[in-house]
Each structure stands twice: as structure tokens, then as C-alpha cells.
Design a protein around this ligand. Sequence first.
Ligand code: NCD
Length: 323
Amino acid sequence: MRHLISLDDLDAADIAGLLSTADHMAEVLGRPQPKVPALRTKTVCSLFFEDSTRTRLSFETAAKRLSAETLTFTASSSSVNKGESLRDTVETLAAMGVDVFVVRHKTAGLPLSITRWCDARVVNAGDGAHQHPTQGLLDAFTLSRALRRGNDLSGVRVAMVGDIRHSRVARSTVRALHVLGASVTLVAPASLLPAAFVGSDTVPEGWPVSVSHSLDDVIGDIDVLYLLRMQRERMDNAFISSPGEYSAHFGLTDARLSRLRRGSVLMHPGPMNHGIEVAVDLDTLADHGVANLITRQVTNGIAVRMSVLFTLFGTGSEAIDGQ
Ligand code: NCD
């Protein structure tokens, strides 16, 4: 693996390998000194042109735990404001000896373009509504480890709810969960499904899912409720009549919480819109026998990103065994 642009580029064995390496990284993170020398000679630069809290800090933490040097490029205080082109910016940073760019940009396909502009490795940290591969991996890792299923999610029923249309997380997480054997149902109003779904009775190619327009129809028969954030910053039309209306039909309310099976789990990639997709007090989930995996997703993101950075360089396992 030279770059990580899309989970569509990885097969089941690649994904299982990354998750197994993430188990090893999680063990490293549990040590008194949670750091290994594996990437001591490498420089990892985060190149974020969109707002981010968890993804950027998670990648930077992962790089530091592997002993890499880290650089942070912040678009708002850079020469991009003096009109420097994106390509010149990338070439300039590459000339400083960057080994890996971790890239987030509103344009789908930009991380792939960067692979052609320089010799550095590239990891996609979210490109428009296209892909967010490490989120897909960390979701698969979190779910399979919480259910104690190894790398096999066959028979696990997942409802992914909300703004599928604008969600790169949906595209990556559906792929990762499907490859491990889970059955995914997308639950959304027609206006929040990708354009390819609209006006067609069949599910478009590339989407290994079933579709429902009613959360109430599916909520009693699922093992995993995966809520997505309403991506208001990507909406150029009125896709929903109002947040209150959305919440009434597609939010996790107290009434819906009481219909979730005991032993089921809740996931969300963050950041959450409280009162919209999450309209319950999350502290009450345990009373219903529902596990909240949201914080575990964040924690596991570090081990999964360590696995990805480590795998890019194909370093031998001795590099993570040393203290
Ligand atoms: C997601 C993103 O940026 O795509 N956030 C994240 O990385 N955890 C989801 C979102 O913004 O809703």
C-alpha cells in the first residue's frame, strides 16, 4: 500500500490486515510508555483545508506515537492567502522532506492528484463527499472489537441514518462494514440519498446496501444504529424542511431508544448535532442495554491511523516491538 485514497482500492484481506495491525497498535497504546520507534526517520505533514478537530489531532497523535516528526499546515495562515496554488504549496512542502501528507479538502479527488505531484505518500483524511477511509476502518475496528467478532461481521445488521448524500463517512464505512460481512440499510429521506438513488427502484452499483425511508420500520430489528451528522455546510439547497422535522422522523428520540434491542450499539463519527440526530440524553443508553461506542470510535482512531501510517512503509514487526 503506497497511499490510502479510497477503501474501494482495498480488498477484504487488506482491510483485515490493517485491523489486525491496529490491534497491535492498541496494545502499544496501553503500555506505560505508549510509543514505538517505527517511523523515527519519517515526517508526516497534515494538510487540512477544512475544519477538523478529531481527525487532524488523531493523525498527529498517531504519528507521534510512532516517533515520526509532525508538521501542521494551516490553510488560513499560509501563502495560499497570497494566491499560491495548491500544487505549488504541495511541491514546496514536499521539498522540505515530507514523507506523508495527510490531506483533507472539500474537493473530491484532490488527495489522488497530490499523489501525482510529488513522491510523498498520501493518506486521504476526507475529500468532499467522496471518501474518508480511516473513518471507515476505525468504525469497522470499533464495531468488530466491541462485538468480539474478530474481523467477521457476518449477520450483523446496521442501520446508517441521515445525510448519506453529503457523507464521505457513509461511502467509506459502508464499504468497510460490507467487506467484513455486515448487512447495511441506509435510512434517509429521498432528498438525503445520493443522486444515483433518486428515481430508481434498484440500488445503484457500488452501494452494497438496502434502503428504507423510515427509521421506525427498521429500529426494532438492528444491532447497530449509526447516526450521521447533518452536513449543513455542504448543502446548497433546502434538503430538509427543518431540523425539528428531521429529528422527528430520523433522530434518536426517547421513544426510538426504547425500541432498540438490548445488546445493540450506537455509533456516530462526530461532531454531533445534539437535539437533531441525537435527541436523547446519551447517559440513559445504558438503562436500555444499548452500548454507546462514540467515544471508543475516537480512541480507536489513533490505533487505526497508526496502523495505516505504519503499513504505508511496510516496516517489519520488530519496529513496533521495541520500546
Ligand atoms: C466527519 C467528516 O469530516 O467527514 N467527521 C470526522 O472526520 N469524524 C463527519 C462529519 O463531519 O460529519
